[in-house]
Design a protein around this ligand. Structure first.
Ligand code: GLP
Length: 239
């Protein structure tokens, strides 16, 4: 794990965005894994600026997103599909036909197999962006007693429901989600994890300095060969 500490989220967005844009320029048909949540938004803004300045194109890039709520139509304003189109995909030249998402309303086993095969058929994910939950979750892999492998249907914990329910004003937040498993995430060739703010400090400490345990799913990243952790000072305050 390489840990880098920045003054603020804009600097993190620039650092992560540069890694991604440089990589896309070196491999225009690469495979990128994207995350939702507030943490990667400055990165998506930086990428959009680079695209608007003509410095990068995503037209041949294939994308896979980490997770999606169950029991929510894909075009609902709170779906992760909508999030990604609003925050990135509709702002750059990503080809919607090359965008891949888990379907939170599909049969769990069939959907898991479909996603695994789709990722494999593209040669795997070159760079996966991650955030981290306050309880150490990555994607929607909540703390548990075992590490998962391929995509699965998860029951969200109260901590995650509390953290994410601020985004739901018209309907209750779903209590289930389909998420890439820990194995699928770990097979990404490079991982960039972004964490900002004091509310992530404890999870960041456990991820980096704690034991590798499914009780803190992000701790598995200690065993990944090419992971960079980008933190602001508040998120790094307990290191
Ligand atoms: C959700 C997402 C995660 C994300 C986490 C943190 O639970 N499923 O992928 O990392 O929220 O979100 P935020 O960056 O808004 O703190």
């Amino acid at each position: 794990m390489e840990v880098r500490i920045f003054k603020n989220d804009l600097e993190i967005g620039e650092a992560a965005g540069k890694i991604i844009c440089d990589f896309v320029n070196s491999k225009p048909d690469c495979v990128l894994g994207f995350a939702t949540g507030a943490s990667p938004v400055p990165t998506y803004n930086y990428i959009t600026e680079q695209y608007n300045s003509g410095k990068v194109s995503f037209k041949n890039v294939t994308t896979f997103n980490l997770d999606e709520y169950c029991d929510l139509p894909r075009d609902h304003k709170n779906s992760y599909w909508t999030f990604m189109f609003e925050n990135l995909f509709s702002r750059v030249d990503v080809d919607p036909a090359k965008v891949n998402f888990l379907d939170g309303n599909a049969d769990e086993k069939a959907e898991s197999a479909r996603y695994a095969e789709a990722i494999k058929s593209k040669g795997g994910i070159d760079i996966q962006i991650l955030g981290i939950g306050r309880n150490g979750h990555i994607a929607f892999n909540e703390p548990s007693d075992k590490f998962t492998d391929e995509a699965w249907r998860v029951t969200l914990t109260q901590s995650t429901i509390d953290a994410n329910s601020i985004y739901f004003d018209d309907i209750p937040i779903p209590h289930y989600a389909m998420t890439m498993g820990i194995g699928s995430i770990m097979r990404s060739k490079k991982i960039i994890l972004i964490a900002t703010g004091a509310s992530k400090a404890e999870a960041v400490k456990e991820m980096i300095n704690g034991p590798v345990t499914p009780g803190c799913p992000a701790s598995i990243l200690q065993q990944h060969a090419d992971t960079v952790i980008l933190l602001d000072e508040a998120a790094a305050s307990l290191l």
